[in-house]
Design a protein around this ligand. Structure first.
Ligand code: GLC
Length: 552
């Protein structure tokens, strides 16, 4: 077992959705000065704060905000809604002062249609930057260049009347795809990367990377019968082409000049070989990839057990896993996993999984409070994707509502009118209250994050699957990395069911101590015996065991 070498392997990362974290100027939209005001909540160096090591900021770039910042109109600046470059520099400084690293979101696949590059490109067929984007003629009888479907609905081709050609957009039509075949595009984007690294950012979360490579001969995607919308075709040619890997290898080489920097990728689950393909050989593409398999999985011990066991084998040496249950594109997991069960109890159990599994945990703002998907009326919706599929899909706005800080007006998020409504439960569910309450979900997250720091087994140790018997329980061991030390191994037992369970671990002999149970949020002084122990409905326990138990 090799000791961890990089800060991000033992870090806990917190995703901030800037629109919704904290507004400082009363315009109803979160901003950078607001984030700075709240940094102590994230980590003030004491046990009274959450204790995270890094923040990932969803896009802050100037943008018309059709896709809420994922449509970038200028890569080397800050949107005035959020503040200025000066504010950003102060955020980096203030974060670093508290030991919090800063990870920017970087959108490589596309820009906004308002980006000056695209404005220039669409100005005429002979424009200097025309081939910074993908253009194609229509087919006879006004047909589009091919059958490709955009991720957010409809065709991937939009007609540009003045120049009488189509341009390609894999997401919204306001997000034209950049042509990564063009070396000038690469040079420009690597300039952007240097711009932010030189300002002191510690890494990037890379958006939608499996879209970078496409077949620019424009073959039709094969049709898939019986399915609807985006899944009505196999996305063989419009994404996942080898060029994407080539681009990421270039980026990795460039980031090598900044040795502490981390690159984290978001790729679709159904990309060939799975997102793990973007680790490359483990040292030549990305450091980490989001693994959404648990996030998409039903709440079942067997399923979680299988996915976790498979994962340990597939990540190449040099790569590092991630654990993620919620983000700005998904329904919040308290509702997702809570379906048909006791949501609050399961949220506590999920917190244990998030913070005891092997890999870097990513928290989504508010999950530590148990914030739920907010019920919204159609007229409150802002996200075009959410509107398009409303009310048939939950969409993304319900998971993007303002952070619930306290019981004052608008939950302390703004003194103006919030851009999305604050959830109506904020008087009973907010950070101020949970901070005072030792048995709150927030207190549980804080304690789990501290346990992760205290026990090297949790941050560095190998993962060993122990059992999923009796059914609905998952038991695994995190093995303390250096056998010569006295640090304990950590055993985690999770009851996924709404009934009590009794577990027997016949291979284990030594007595341990429960460091934390989700029922109480605390540990217990009573000895814990592996021969037979009890788990209450939806309970998870974290047990310290003398290391070397049950072999290595
Ligand atoms: C990613 C982002 C999502 C965005 C899309 C297009 O999936 O997470 O929010 O809409 O890419 O950039």
């Amino acid at each position: 077992m090799v000791a961890l070498t990089s800060w991000w392997q033992s870090a806990v990362v917190y995703q901030i959705y800037p629109w919704s974290f904290q507004d400082s100027n009363g315009d109803g939209i979160g901003d950078i000065p607001g984030i700075i005001e709240r940094l102590d909540y994230l980590n003030d160096g004491t046990a009274a704060s959450l204790g995270v090591d890094a923040i990932w900021l969803s896009p802050l770039y100037p943008s018309p905000m059709v896709d809420f910042g994922y449509d970038v109109a200028e890569f080397c600046d800050i949107d005035p809604r959020f503040g200025t470059l000066g504010d950003f520099d102060r955020l980096v400084q203030e974060s670093h002062r508290r030991g919090i690293r800063v990870i920017m979101d970087l959108v490589l696949n596309h820009t906004s249609d308002r980006h000056p590059w695209f404005q220039e490109a669409r100005s005429s067929r002979s424009a200097a930057k025309r081939d910074w984007y993908y253009w194609a003629d229509g087919k006879a009888f006004g047909r589009r260049p091919n059958n490709w479907n955009a991720r957010f609905g409809g065709s991937s081709w939009a007609w540009d009347s003045p120049s009488r050609q189509y341009y390609l957009h894999s997401f919204l039509k306001e997000q034209p795809d950049l042509n990564w075949h063009n070396p000038a595009v690469r040079r420009a984007m690597w300039g952007v990367v240097r711009f932010w690294l030189d300002r002191g950012v510690d890494g990037f979360r890379l958006d939608a990377i499996n879209w970078l490579g496409k077949d620019s001969r424009w073959p039709n995607n094969p049709f898939r019968p019986g399915l609807r919308g985006y899944t009505r075709q196999t996305h063989r040619y419009d994404r996942d082409q080898p060029m994407g890997h080539e681009v990421l290898r270039e980026l990795r080489t460039l980031s090598g000049n900044y040795p502490e920097v981390v690159l984290i990728g978001e790729a679709s689950a159904d990309t060939p070989g799975g997102p793990v393909a973007f680790y490359g050989n483990g040292t030549d593409e990305l450091h980490m990839l989001f693994d959404f398999r648990l996030l998409k999985s039903p709440w079942q011990a067997d399923r979680f057990g299988q996915l976790l066991a498979a994962d340990q084998q597939r990540i190449p040496e040099g790569g590092w896993p991630t654990i993620v249950f919620s983000n700005h594109d998904q329904s919040r997991h308290i509702d997702r996993y809570g379906k048909g069960g006791h949501a609050e109890r399961r949220a506590r159990t999920t917190a244990v999984l998030l913070l005891t599994l092997r890999g870097t945990p990513f928290l989504y703002y508010g999950e530590e409070l148990g914030m739920k998907n907010t019920r919204l009326r159609y007229r409150d919706l802002r996200d075009p994707y959410t509107k398009r599929f409303w009310p048939f899909r939950i969409g993304r706005d319900p998971a993007r509502t303002p952070m619930q800080w306290d019981e004052s007006v608008h939950a302390g998020f703004t003194r103006g009118t919030p851009w999305l409504p604050v959830a109506s439960n904020y008087r009973d569910l907010n950070a101020a209250q949970e901070s005072q309450n030792h048995s709150s979900l927030l207190s549980l997250y804080r304690r789990l994050i501290r346990l992760r720091k205290v026990y090297p087994a949790l941050s560095e140790g190998a993962y060993r699957h122990i059992t999923t018997a009796p059914s609905d329980c998952l038991v695994f061991l995190r093995q303390q990395p250096s056998p010569s030390d006295t640090d304990p191994d950590i055993l985690v037992a999770v009851n996924f069911s709404a009934d009590a369970r009794t577990v027997t671990l016949s291979d284990f002999t030594k007595v341990g101590t429960v460091q934390l149970s989700t029922l109480t949020g605390a540990g217990s002084a009573r000895p814990w015996h592996p021969a037979q122990f009890h788990l209450e409905p939806d309970e998870a326990i974290v047990v310290a065991l003398p290391n070397g138990e049950a072999g290595r």
